[in-house]
Write a protein that binds this ligand. Sequence first.
Ligand SMILES: Nc1ncnc2c1ncn2[C@@H]1O[C@H](COP(=O)(O)OP(=O)(O)OP(=O)(O)O)[C@@H](O)[C@H]1O
Length: 576
Amino acid sequence: MPDRARSVLRQALPPVRRLLPLVLLGVLAGLSSVALLASSAWLIARAAEQPPILFLSLGVVGVRAFAIGRAVFRYLERLAGHDAAFRQLAEIRVGVFERMLPLAPDGLASSRRGDLLSRFVGDVDELQNVSLRIVQPVASATVVLAAALVGLAWLAPGAAVAVGAVLVLGVGGAVIAQAVLAARADERLAPLRGELQAAIVEHVQALDVLVAFDAADAGRERIRSLGRRLERATRARASAVGLAAAAMSAVGAFAAAASLGAAQPLLEGGRIDGPTFAVLCLVPLAIAEVAAAVPVAVGSLRVVRASARRVADAVPEAVPAEIPARSTVAGGEASDDRTPAARAVPVIRLRGASARWPAIAGDDVTDGAVASARPSLAPLDLDLEPGERLLVTGPSGAGKTTLAHVLVRFLEYGGSYRLDGVEARDLDPRAVRRTVGLVEQRPWLFDEDLRQNLVFARDTATDAELLDVLDRVGLGEWAAERGGLDARVGERGALVSGGQAQRIALARAMLADFPVLVLDEPTASVDPAQADALLRDLLGAAGRNRSVVLISHTGAPAGAVDRAVRVSEVPDDDVR
Ligand SMILES: Nc1ncnc2c1ncn2[C@@H]1O[C@H](COP(=O)(O)OP(=O)(O)OP(=O)(O)O)[C@@H](O)[C@H]1O
């Protein structure tokens, strides 16, 4: 098992100061169970001898006390056990999330969303069983079994040996039978759940294209087949767990019979009385019940280990070299003296700036970090003066979007990228992103109303300011027709056109008031007849008090930009 998965398992275990009281409560509950059966057996057998009632009162009190004790201790153990396990889960989830954050967005581009969600939710939840079903019950059961066998040995050593032997054989047999029947299913459960969730998320997100290509049935069939495999694995696990539980009941009966066989000569020889004989016959049933926790724990360990591996693999151990590191400045914020002057429009200079995307996860993993892929942006020189509009052109796949991601520091770069003379590598990426804003090629719109899609860019903006900015990007009339800021835009902008989505994205970039704006192919989803008009509108709305980098493979209308630079394809001999 990889070290990282082992460390996830260790992390899932509550600290000793929380675990010890749990084990103690488990021991008290287990001992109460055994003592309840022992005192009941004694009471029934003694009552049959019809002694004066006074002789029974100790047994009566014992039965009541142990019955209440068993319920109370079990309840407290569950309560405290879940509390401790959930605290650990919260820490693990926060830990995974914190490791994910520095990777976002470009370091997570190759992760399947549904699978990531399943690791983050389902697999982390599964880790609660490390303490609830494995460590704590096994530790408590060991103490109770040892105490119960010592108690039996005190009454009749032969009976203790017989019961111990039956238990060892019975528990061993149940563990092996469960492993034979369900070891593979136990390990497949978590990955299958992840695959199913990923398939469902992808199917729903891509439903329009699947329907258009008449491929929705095939997608549904894939989901059904994954569902069937998950069902088979769940059934196999449930059957094996059920069988092991049944086997442990049988083990209880065999242990009782073995104890009876060993105690009978003592009864006949008058070395023990009737009530003690009854205790020796019935207590093994309670002991087997306690021992039943062991096969359950071994099965759970397989499931939990599979989940721990998936949690450990959810994010690479080290941030790939292609993703900019966060600030090392205390508190994570960039120091003010290294941040470009607030809201001043900086001069941008790239000299031999190049970039790569992180390799797709699973392609080539070295020391837990995803190794580099091929270069995606050939060394580029670029100058952008304050207030300038620069057109970036180049063939498809040459690296224009890659350049946009370098400019907003989603991607690390080679060469030099200076903002007002300060090397961007020496600034906190978030500080750069407060200066350079990106309007993406396919802007993300939230399934909310217009107001919510804008206001997160500046949460102090009033409705009047939001309407004003919509007006400036040419959406004033359209918004009024749709019912104003309450108009919904649909999931991922399903209720708006490509051009309207671009205008909404520009509106929020203007609300954020970025001194430098990077517009990545804003006319990609607009027909050519409208492309020039949209570009003029967007550039006009951006105004002259900020610089604009306009990325477009079709160029720009005459006079709309000040200069152009061409991104050339990465030469083949640079591709390893
Ligand atoms: N998320 C990603 N992960 C890995 N490689 C990527 C990723 N996005 C783009 N690439 C690769 O980077 C290279 C440059 O792509 P990029 O999108 O920057 O080109 P582009 O010039 O913007 O193309 P287009 O004009 O078609 O949008 C391509 O080879 C592409 O396959």
